[in-house]
Design a binder for this molecule. Structure first.
Ligand code: MN
Ligand code: MN
Length: 301
C-alpha cells in the first residue's frame, strides 16, 4: 500500500475501530433478532446503549463478537507474535467460561480444537455465517499496513471455525477495507474496493439494499456496506445499521470497526463511551497500543 500515513493517526483510528466495534456490539445486542418494524414500533429510532435484549444484558455489556476479538488480541500480546494455537487456546478457555452467547459454527470449531487439536475446520458450504468476520480486527491491527500478512492472518483465524469461500471473501475484503481506512483512505476508494468484491461475488451487491441483516455473512456485509456508505458520521452509520435489526450486535460490531477506523476517536459519541463496561474499554486501549506498536507500521518508526 502506498498511502501516506503517520503512526499517531493509525493509533487513533485503531483505537476508534476497536472501541467502535465494542459499542456496536453493546448497542445492537438490545435489538438482536428483532425486525426493523418491531424496533421502530418499540423505540421509534433506537439509539441508546441500554442493555436488555434476548440475552438480558447490562447496559454496556458486550457479547461474543467483542469477547472473541479480545481472545485473538490477548493471544498476540501474550505470544508476542502470531500464534494460531494461542488463539485457539483462548477460544477454548472462553468457551469453557460459559460465555453469554456463542454461535453454532464457532462452538463446533472450538469443540473440534478442544477434542482433536484441530486448528483448521474442514471446508463446509454451510459455514457462511459472520462469526469469522466479526472477530478479525486484532489480525488487521497487528498486520497494518502489510497486505500479505493481513491476508494470511485473516484466513488462518477464520478457518479455526469457518472454512468457507464466501466467509473468506467477506473477511478478506473487510480486513483490506480496514487497512485502507486505518491509513486514511477516502470513502470513494473504499467503495471501489467493495465493487471489486461484488464483481467476484455478485451476491454481495448491496445496491439496491434488500434490508436483510441476518447472520449469513452476505446479508451482514450488505447491511454494513449500505449503512456505512450512506452515513455521514460514526453515529449515523451505527444507528442505521442496528435499526435494521436481525443480527444487530454483529452488524453493529462490524460497522463499528469500519466507521470507527474511518471517522476516528473524536467522532464517537461520548454518551456511548460512558455507558460501556470500563474494564472492556481499558483492556481495549492497552491492547490496541501493543498491537499497533508491534505491527509493521509501528516497527518502521
Ligand atoms: Mn454477539
Ligand atoms: Mn450476533
Amino acid at each position: 500500500m502506498f498511502y501516506k500515513y503517520n503512526l499517531e493517526d493509525i493509533r487513533d483510528r485503531a483505537r476508534a475501530a476497536f472501541i467502535g466495534m465494542a459499542i456496536g456490539d453493546a448497542l445492537g445486542a438490545t435489538v438482536e433478532f428483532m425486525t426493523a418494524t418491531e424496533i421502530a414500533s418499540k423505540y421509534g429510532m433506537f439509539k441508546e446503549i441500554i442493555g436488555g435484549g434476548w440475552l438480558r444484558l447490562k447496559p454496556g455489556q458486550v457479547t461474543d463478537d467483542t469477547e472473541m476479538a479480545l481472545c485473538i488480541a490477548r493471544a498476540i500480546v501474550k505470544s508476542q507474535g502470531w500464534s494460531l494455537r494461542a488463539i485457539a487456546d483462548n477460544f477454548a478457555v472462553w468457551l469453557k467460561s460459559r460465555p453469554v452467547d456463542c454461535g453454532d459454527t464457532c462452538r463446533k470449531g472450538i469443540r473440534a480444537y478442544i477434542l482433536k487439536g484441530q486448528l483448521e475446520s474442514p471446508p463446509n458450504e454451510w459455514d457462511a455465517g459472520n462469526g469469522a468476520a466479526m472477530r478479525l480486527l486484532p489480525a488487521v491491527l497487528f498486520s497494518v499496513p502489510d497486505g500479505e500478512l493481513l491476508n494470511r492472518y485473516i484466513i488462518e483465524q477464520a478457518h479455526i471455525t469457518h472454512n468457507n469461500p464466501v466467509s473468506d471473501a467477506a473477511c478478506l475484503c473487510l480486513g483490506q477495507l480496514l487497512h485502507m481506512s486505518l491509513c486514511g483512505a477516502e470513502k470513494s476508494r473504499l467503495k471501489r474496493h467493495v465493487e471489486g468484491l461484488v464483481s467476484r461475488f455478485p451476491a454481495f451487491a448491496y445496491v439496491p439494499y434488500r434490508g436483510l441483516a441476518t447472520g449469513y455473512v452476505v446479508d451482514t456485509m450488505q447491511t454494513v456496506f449500505n449503512w456505512f456508505f450512506r452515513g455521514a458520521s460514526f453515529e449515523e452509520c451505527m444507528i442505521g445499521t442496528v435499526n435494521q435489526g436481525g443480527d444487530a450486535d454483529t452488524t453493529g460490531a462490524i460497522c463499528g470497526m469500519l466507521a470507527g477506523s474511518y471517522y476516528g476517536m473524536d467522532s464517537i459519541p461520548r454518551r456511548w463511551i460512558k455507558k460501556m463496561d470500563t474494564r472492556v474499554i481499558s483492556e481495549i486501549e492497552l491492547t490496541v497500543e501493543r498491537l499497533i506498536t508491534e505491527s509493521p507500521a509501528g516497527r518502521m518508526m
